[in-house]
Design a protein around this ligand. Structure first.
Ligand code: TRP
Length: 454
């Protein structure tokens, strides 16, 4: 079973390769665009608490589960569930994942396109070409959005064509530290500006009265999105993993890295919002809501760069948007790899053909979104906030009750000899079987009741 791999499958070349690629998948727009926006939308620090609980109590266990299923079967999500199934239905979980990945990538490409367009926006802004700057910075400009979306898609396809170790692994190796470094430098700058203290207060001081079911659903969805869970991306990445690697340890590294980068990005964006506010820029409407959440990062940060001004401001702003684009790229490739690996395994397609066919179809949806960016909110709601936790719920139920955790532990023991005696692994079994499904189900049921009532 695990050995029937077509020649177009692959393997990670080094131990660090998998961790970096998985962290590359996790760290992306979700951390630097999504998370700060959600924090701002949901009233600050209260959101962070619920988010952390979701990441640690649900995200980490599900991540370990996905990687284990992937390595055990050596397959794409559809093939993996089929291989372990006894019910005849489990492959549907895989199909659901492939569909969510497809739709998430479609809107992800549009936002990634914005990050590229903003490199030009910044150059023109700093060189005094306000007209061009406004054109590149207009998030609702359909033809411009479509063009950058397609450019970004072509970049993604070209890396996927390069295969697992040459393409994905090499592309992700050096970017993470550089990104973190730039974020930290910018935080130091922002914290000296007027208004930032209020931002820090909003970011770190929780108002528990704001915690409600909407916030919890968003936090759960955000945790799945940011950790790349719920649609089989890590089943797929796990399928390229060798048996000498400790899955539990790797998953922990990836989770901690992802949370750290999101938290750091929040330290930058939330104070920057309040700096902008202190300078008279409107970010809240009369109703006290953010004027537009999708554009928050793209409104507030360029303002900040302009403040820094000069060659330094330009350098920082270009590096920032380029790095954001690169972080988005290492995530986009993990989204595309799922349907591509499905075509390679299940329909015997060549890697190149699969990536063009699937990439092209996603491109069509992405171009439609380019012309009506309000669609992004709907896509996020259906495929991210509902779709990913739903995938996670089914995955937990499948692993806990069909495949069984004791079988998963046999796989985990490769690379982690002591897994049997580890308290952490014992806890993990209880979480996958009972706690994670119950937590996710509670969030869903309450949301449905809430919708019916309103
Ligand atoms: N985690 C990425 C981010 O934070 C997005 C992403 C990549 C993703 N692969 C995924 C989300 C798989 C859900 C599922 O930007």
């Amino acid at each position: 079973m695990a050995t029937t791999q077509t020649s177009d499958r692959g393997n990670w070349n080094s131990k660090l390769g998998f961790i970096l690629a998985a962290a590359g998948s996790a760290v992306g727009l979700g951390n630097i665009w999504g998370y700060p926006t959600q924090v701002a939308d949901n009233g600050g620090a209260a959101f962070i608490l619920v988010y952390l609980v979701c990441c640690i109590l649900v995200g980490l266990p599900v991540m370990i589960a996905e990687i284990t299923i992937g390595r055990k079967t050596g397959k794409n999500p559809v093939g993996a569930f089929k291989a372990l199934d006894k019910t005849g239905y489990a492959h549907l979980i895989g199909y659901w994942g492939v569909l969510c990945g497809f739709m998430i990538l479609a809107f992800y490409l549009v936002i990634s396109g914005w990050t590229l367009a903003y490199v030009f926006e910044e150059i023109f802004r700093f060189t005094g070409n306000a007209g061009y700057a406004a054109w590149f910075g207009d998030l609702t400009n359909g033809p411009k959005n479509a063009a950058f979306t397609v450019i970004f898609l072509l970049l993604t396809i070209s890396i996927i064509n390069g295969g697992v170790s040459n393409g994905i692994e090499r592309a992700t190796k050096f970017l993470m530290p550089v990104l973190l470094f730039i974020l930290v430098i910018m935080i130091f700058y922002v914290l000296r500006l007027e208004g930032s203290a209020e931002g820090i207060r909003q970011y770190l001081k929780p108002d528990f009265s704001l915690i409600n079911i909407d916030l919890t659903l968003s936090a759960m969805g955000q945790a799945f999105f940011s950790l790349s869970l719920g649609m089989g991306a890590l089943i797929t990445y796990g399928s390229y993993l060798k048996r000498d690697q400790n899955i539990v340890e790797s998953a922990t590294y990836v989770t901690v890295t992802d949370i750290t980068i999101a938290f750091t990005a929040g330290m930058l964006v939330i104070p920057a919002m309040y700096v902008a506010l202190a300078q008279g820029i409107t970010i809240f409407g009369d109703d006290g809501e953010l004027i537009s959440s999708v554009s928050l990062v793209f409104t507030v940060l360029p303002q900040l760069f302009e403040n820094i001004g000069g060659a330094l401001g330009l350098t920082i702003s270009i590096s920032f948007f380029l790095l954001l684009a690169l972080a988005a790229l290492t995530s986009a490739i993990s989204l595309l790899e799922v349907p591509v690996s499905y075509m390679i395994d299940e329909h015997n397609m060549r890697r190149k053909n699969a990536s063009w066919v699937i990439g092209g179809s996603i491109g069509v949806v992405a171009v439609i979104i380019s012309f009506d960016i309000n669609l992004i909110d709907y896509f996020v709601y259906i495929f991210n906030e509902i779709g990913l936790p739903l995938g996670g719920l089914m995955l937990c139920l499948f692993l806990g009750w069909v495949w069984k955790t004791e079988n998963a532990v046999v796989e985990i023991k490769h690379g982690f000899e002591n897994a049997d005696n580890s308290v952490f692994v014992k806890l993990w079994r209880i979480f996958i079987k009972y706690i994670c499904p119950v937590l996710i189900a509670i969030v869903f049921i309450t949301t449905v009741l809430d919708i019916i009532r309103s």
